[in-house]
Ligand binder design. Structure first.
Ligand SMILES: Cc1cc2nc3c(=O)[nH]c(=O)nc-3n(C[C@H](O)[C@H](O)[C@H](O)COP(=O)(O)OP(=O)(O)OC[C@H]3O[C@@H](n4cnc5c(N)ncnc54)[C@H](O)[C@@H]3O)c2cc1C
Length: 438
């Protein structure tokens, strides 16, 4: 610890970005007396991706004190159905795996969700600076930290009184501000898709209320996410396949629906009530997640893939993990030495990287068809000599897949090992390539 009067605590933290990651961390630190400045210009587009949440988000919402509010504008999500073809689907309801898996999740209009978290952060004592922040390499005092707030960014937070923060947190999402300033490379995933989506009214819905539908398409896949009164419909596909569908995002989404008998049975008569939003949908994990005086969280650290909807969970989980390693200093009149802070951040970054890598691996099973092949093999196996042992085995396997895909235990060595083993030795002749998502 340092005894310099200027260096008395509490730890001053500047968080850049008030998406789920940044606001959640701000709440967790400020609640215990942390000195937190949160930069975000608060300008959100009408449509934001991240509408379907996994069950493991709900306990985090409870911890953050926003579950009740989320329920007021969200839609309870009882499960997910994967539609491989109009005649082949698997439907999962989360309560089947309770209590290991939280029995439900939510679908949310994201701008509203983000506003609720930001409002809770402000109510917890966080200073919100309604401005975009700019970071720069800290050439003046590298021993203190590799990065500094740009002068106008420091000045915009009058409560900082010109004193730089001890810790800068990059929660800028896919803008990845720190990675850009420090030229940090990333490990890239195999897919470089584009997504187009919009909200619809007047759709036809034969599934359980709130059930999310993920459907394999000739190229890529589509989502149907029920919200209150509306249905979010999105398509995710390779850039070339998207270009073949049409020139504009509107054309592409419209043709994707019209040309797909299953999707048009849901949305053929529906009315689009928003613009069509477009996202480039890459997969990456940053090669460095922290450095002297800075740390990344949420999408700024790594972005996996929308297929299993882990993004908001990973954002909130990174906040939980980071708040946990900062626990010894939040709110106390003592701050860590640079070495202590570095070691705390390293331990957080290792855990978050392990979470990201586990989801990276899991999503690959869906795209390359191994998970669908395993399910088909299991279905063919059951009717031959059904019995207690077989049923118990199948339930055991389903439970572990549920634990992985719900976020309840995505890093579990046993569950991951079981899936790896089965996808090598349990496919019983079913060819995963035939079930892969192009
Ligand atoms: C096509 C697609 C579909 C998806 N679907 C889902 C889904 O169904 N479920 C799910 O859980 N996830 C989904 N995701 C992922 C999810 O959207 C993200 O993982 C999640 O939003 C990450 O939260 P975050 O807080 O890290 O970043 P963000 O939500 O991106 O928040 C970053 C914030 O930082 C602000 N910011 C950026 N730069 C600055 C700056 N310089 N100064 C101040 N503020 C700044 C931004 O304005 C924003 O408010 C999807 C992603 C894609 C691409």
């Amino acid at each position: 610890m340092t005894s310099d009067a200027d260096e008395l605590g509490p730890l001053r933290v500047a968080i850049i970005g008030a998406g789920p990651a940044g606001s959640a961390l701000a709440i967790l630190l400020a609640r215990h007396g942390g000195d937190v400045t949160l930069y975000d210009d608060g300008r959100r587009p009408d449509l934001l991706v991240g509408e379907s949440l996994v069950p493991a988000v709900v306990p985090l919402l409870k911890t953050l004190g926003v579950e009740e509010e989320t329920a007021s504008f969200g839609c309870v999500k009882p499960g997910v159905s994967f539609v491989w073809s109009p005649t082949d689907r698997i439907s999962v309801t989360f309560n089947r795996f309770a209590p290991a898996v939280f029995p439900y999740a939510y679908n949310v209009p994201r701008p509203r969700f983000d506003d609720a978290l930001l409002a809770r952060a402000i109510a917890s004592g966080v200073r919100h600076v309604a401005a975009r922040a700019r970071l720069q390499p800290n050439l003046a005092d590298e021993a203190r930290g590799e990065l500094a707030l740009a002068p106008e960014t420091l000045a915009a937070a009058s409560a900082l009184g010109g004193r730089p923060p001890h810790l800068i947190v990059d929660a800028t999402g896919r803008a990845r501000h720190v990675a850009r300033v420090l030229a940090i490379p990333a490990r890239l995933g195999p897919r470089k898709d584009v997504a187009h989506f919009a909200h619809f009214e007047g759709f036809r819905w034969d599934d359980a209320p709130g059930q999310v539908l993920i459907a394999r398409r000739e190229a890529g896949w589509s989502w149907c996410i029920p919200l209150q009164e509306r249905l979010s419909i999105g398509i995710v596909l390779g850039q070339d396949d998207a270009a073949r569908l049409g020139r504009t995002p509107e054309d592409r989404l419209e043709r994707a629906i019209a040309g797909d008998r299953w999707l048009s049975s849901i949305a053929g008569d529906a009315r689009r009530v928003t613009d069509v939003a477009t996202y480039a949908n890459y997969q990456l994990i940053s090669e460095r997640g922290h450095g002297r005086g800075w740390v990344m969280m949420g999408d700024a650290f790594g972005f996996i893939d929308p297929m299993l909807s882990p993004g908001v969970f990973l954002a909130l989980r990174s906040a939980e993990l980071l708040a946990d390693v900062l626990k010894p200093w939040r709110g106390r009149r003592a701050i860590p030495s640079p070495t202590e802070l570095d070691s705390a951040l390293a331990s957080y970054a290792n855990r978050q990287r392990a979470e990201l890598s586990a989801w990276f691996d899991l999503v690959a099973y869906l795209y390359d068809g191994r998970l669908a092949a395993l399910i088909q093999a299991g279905r063919a196996w059951m009717p031959q000599h059904p019995g207690f042992l077989k049923r118990a085995m199948q339930q055991h396997i389903a439970r572990h897949v549920g634990l992985l895909a719900s976020g309840a235990a995505t890093t579990s060595r046993y569950s991951r090992g079981l899936l790896r083993f089965l996808s090598r030795h349990g496919l019983r002749g079913v060819d995963p390539a035939a079930l892969a998502i192009r």
